[in-house]
Design a protein around this ligand. Structure first.
Ligand code: SAH
Ligand code: SF4
Ligand code: F3S
Length: 460
């Protein structure tokens, strides 16, 4: 006789890929576990981890250490570490944490129910096998009110940028058959969904190795044609593989949002080569210029690493120059962090921590200025916002995102969560904007779809 379901708490670190994987974990465990957001009542505590920089890994280790007390109080609670740190460390994690029951890599997610059953107290389980092919995905069921979703279209990465641990912890690159992707998006739209983000480490190479003949722009066209889709996004794009056809899609596909995340990493050709990125600063800037010709309103975001081995002040200056020329709207910047197994970890010319920190501060000052300028350029405009929920700063306010990805806060009824509204942009702040709702009659989305809308609330 089936008793009440046990409870699973999932703590997620890292990128959107991990967010999608955690959702899959909950789905796969759903026959036996219900998710809880109260860690202290969990029967199963899962940590989905990120190994991209040492700091990310340290966070996991410190959380794991702190769970020792919870385990003493609840000895029957199972603790599992999944994701990229699990893949990297394997058995070593068990040795470092006697209270840990289960270690599983990104490919172990699909075997999770079986792994959890095996990991009874006193029997520890490790699954860090990296398999071939894109795995079958569990059928997703969207709760009424889900308005945006992540859809994984690829796994792994074959690029081997010399600083990056991802190819080692996520394995080889595999694309998911297009019919599965289209079917998943169709189901989501049927449930009232509005925004889809397609995920892969390098979506531009989508289709490689599949039996069908399909490119990423073709996949975008098929998804854009599905009735009901308001917003289509994707992440991440490798600049080397950004084709003319994909650039053209920004001028052609109505649902494709005017935003592209195009990680540049460095503005110095010497460093780009040492990173094995496969493009020059000139090629990158030409691609940016072409994007702006096709779609003048496009907003561009990027990732930058400072203090890569051998980076000189002159190399860093080149990065600053490129950033100013590309005029990024948003950016994430990091100090280089040596990762196990990667080629760069063995390179000479380590940049001292204090030099890295000083460069990062200078870079971030420039990036903040650019973001603020981009927000100021939007002032006075009327723009479409997808309302995501209540604002993090003030629960009295709602927040949402523009098609160009900036966050906008405004006053309005909570019932608007999940809907598209039109706002006049009235205040520009360094990392967000404020707006006021314009007349309801100008809602750009078919009202019928909007009336069935969603009550799911999130904060941003
Ligand atoms: N697949 C994505 C990025 C994944 S990691 C892509 O290619 O764009 C996200 C970002 O983390 C990278 O773009 C890079 O800027 C940063 N990163 C990766 N490895 C790093 C390291 N060893 N040290 C510092 N930053 C790193
Ligand atoms: Fe890492 Fe490069 Fe692959 Fe991105 S493309 S995941 S930075 S190896
Ligand atoms: Fe981190 Fe793994 Fe994503 S290392 S960035 S969680 S692919």
């Amino acid at each position: 006789m089936a008793g009440p379901k046990r409870k699973v708490y999932i703590k997620t670190f890292g990128c959107q890929m991990n967010v999608a994987d955690s959702e899959q974990m909950a789905l796969l465990l759903a026959d036996e576990y219900v998710p809880t957001d109260r860690a202290e009542e969990a029967d199963l505590y899962l940590i989905n981890t990120c190994a991209i920089r040492r700091k990310a890994e340290e966070k996991v280790r410190s959380l794991l250490g702190s769970l020792q007390t919870l385990k003493q109080r609840r000895p029957r609670m199972l603790i599992g570490v999944g994701g990229c740190v699990a893949q990297q460390e394997g058995e070593r994690l068990l040795a470092a944490a006697p209270h840990l029951d289960l270690v599983f890599g990104p490919h172990g997610v699909r075997r999770l129910p079986e792994l959890v059953r095996k990991a009874v107290p006193g029997r520890r389980v490790v699954d860090i096998e990296l398999s071939r092919g894109f795995p079958a995905q569990p059928q997703r069921h969207w709760v009424s009110g889900a308005f945006k979703t992540l859809v994984t279209i690829m796994q792994g990465c074959d690029n081997f940028c010399t600083y990056c641990v991802v190819p080692y912890v996520r394995g080889r690159e595999y694309s998911r058959p297009s019919r599965e992707i289209v079917a998943e998006v169709t189901d989501f739209l049927a449930a009232g969904g509005k925004e889809v983000t397609l995920l892969g480490q390098n979506v531009n190479s989508y289709g490689r190795g599949l039996a069908e003949d399909i490119s990423f722009p073709e996949l975008l066209r098929r998804i854009d044609a599905l009735p009901g889709l308001a917003r289509l996004r994707f992440a991440t794009s490798h600049p080397r593989d950004l084709s003319k056809e994909l650039t053209a899609a920004f001028g052609e596909l109505p649902s494709l949002c005017e935003h592209l995340h195009l990680p540049v990493q460095s503005g110095s050709d010497r460093i780009l080569e040492a990173m094995n990125r496969g493009y020059t600063r000139k090629e990158y800037l030409e691609k940016v210029a072409q994007l702006r010709r096709v779609c003048p309103d496009i907003s561009l975001s990027t990732d930058i690493i400072v203090g890569f081995p051998g980076e000189t002040e002159a190399d860093f200056q080149q990065t600053l120059d490129l950033v100013a020329e590309a005029a990024f709207d948003q950016a994430f910047s990091f100090k280089y962090s040596p990762r196990p197994q990667t080629r760069a970890a063995a390179l000479p010319g380590r940049v001292p921590g204090e030099v890295q920190a000083e460069r990062l501060t200078r870079l971030q000052t420039l990036l903040n200025e650019l973001t603020f300028n981009a927000n100021q350029r939007l002032l006075g405009k009327v723009a479409e916002v997808l309302v995501e929920g209540t604002s993090k700063r003030s629960p009295e306010e709602l927040c949402g995102r523009l098609r160009t990805n900036q966050v906008v806060n405004f006053s309005g009824s909570r019932e608007l969560a999940g809907r598209l509204v039109r706002l006049q942009l009235t205040e520009a702040h360094p990392h967000s904007l404020k707006g006021t709702q314009v007349d309801d009659s100008s809602l750009p989305w078919p009202l019928a779809a909007d009336l069935q809308a969603p009550q799911r609330r999130v904060t941003c």
